[in-house]
Design a protein around this ligand. Structure first.
Ligand code: NDP
Length: 333
């Protein structure tokens, strides 16, 4: 067995946290040979729920679980952290304007970025799940000047997994037969799930499904799946979001091989040129096709996009730029 890896989860008392923590403790995040030290962060109102989850984690007697700590102090929670899963966020309240939402979340993700900058391990990897995830990741990163921007990512893997699953269902193939799906842009209704490079058992997906199904069923179904879950389940998706977070970090740490996936990654630094090739400017956290190579997300460069795909991508990127400008105008970046 190796030395324990510290994993911090914020919003640990919430629904996603409840589904996520047990999978981390069982070894599904970092692998069956890596012990984990769990650090749970909550706001004071959420502490009891997180403490309850910690008791259940202990009761799991997980062989890989080295320790569980619960705190409402960000500095303590991120001290020495190797993997930070930022799940807790401020949900949109009734009558809340978008600027209010961005401001409320900046008040969470700014200080967390600072605490990560001060105390995290030098190899720290950050995944933001709490919405608006892309912009929250950008805010956290901008408050962590000593940590490369590439280490701050936003989760679009659930959108990606939903797209893979819907395509597999439509063509009656197992999900493992599907390859090459991409989710572009913001983790919001403007996202663009794209199958133009996808294959099913090596055959072009665009030859197996109709243009009409793609436009009228697939794209809106994937983008609105969260609302559908709320309607049917009576609560927002939690276990599937947790599962996607596991997939994202697992692939980041262990690599993707030749296959690519989708993740919200920084368009500064190593990925600036590849992002620019898709019309995505520097200084955003944008969902793109990525491979994980030697522990780094690398944007797959130079895929040919059709004009209509380009327009969809551009619309979602414009929304990311708008969110960034709104946060900047509030003095929060
Ligand atoms: P959840 O655990 O269900 O969701 C947490 C966040 O994940 C929300 O921002 C939610 O966004 C987001 N999310 C991203 N993708 C998805 C998806 N596909 N499906 C559902 N949610 C998604 O929320 P709870 O209210 O159960 O728990 C949140 C916890 O966070 C609370 O216990 C609260 O106290 C805590 N919190 C902690 C903070 C901290 O640690 N500093 C700060 C703020 C809150 P959306 O709202 O858009 O669904």
């Amino acid at each position: 067995n190796r030395a324990p890896v510290t994993v911090t989860v914020t919003g640990a008392g919430g629904q996603i946290g409840y589904a996520l923590l047990f999978r981390i403790a069982s070894g599904q995040l970092l692998g069956a040979d890596t012990p984990v030290r769990l650090s749970l962060l909550e706001i004071p109102q959420g502490l009891r729920a997180a403490e309850g989850t910690a008791l259940e984690l202990i009761d799991g007697a997980f062989p890989l679980l080295d320790s569980v700590d619960v705190t409402d102090d960000a500095s303590a929670a991120f001290d020495g952290t190797n993997v930070a899963l930022l799940v807790g966020a401020r949900p949109r309240g009734a009558g809340m304007e978008r600027a209010d939402l961005l401001e409320a979340n900046a008040a969470i993700f700014g200080p967390q970025g600072r605490a990560i900058n001060e105390g995290a391990a030098s190899d720290v990897r950050v995944l933001v799940v709490g919405n608006p995830a892309n912009t929250n990741a950008l805010i956290a990163s901008s408050h962590a000047p000593d940590i490369p921007a590439e280490r701050f990512t936003a989760m679009t893997r659930l959108d990606h997994n939903r797209a893979v699953a819907q395509l597999a269902l439509e063509v009656d193939a197992p999900v493992t037969a599907v390859d090459g799906v991409i989710v572009w842009g913001n983790h919001s209704a403007s996202q663009y799930p794209d199958v133009s490079h996808a294959t099913v058992d090596g055959r072009a997906a665009t030859e197996l499904v109709s243009e009409r199904w793609l436009e009228e069923v697939f794209v809106p179904k994937v983008a609105r799946r969260g609302a559908e879950i709320i309607e049917v389940r009576g609560a927002s998706s939690a276990a599937s979001a947790a599962s996607a977070a596991i997939d994202h970090v697992h692939d980041w740490v262990h690599g993707t091989g030749e296959r690519w996936t989708s993740a919200g990654v920084s368009t500064s630094g190593v990925n600036a040129a590849a992002a620019a090739g898709y019309g995505v400017p520097e200084g955003l956290v944008c969902s793109l096709p990525v491979r994980s190579v030697d522990g780094e997300w690398i944007v797959v460069p130079g895929l040919e996009e059709r004009a209509d795909s380009r327009a969809h991508i551009a619309a979602s990127v414009a929304e990311l730029v708008e969110e960034r400008e709104a946060v900047r105008a509030l003095g929060l970046l």
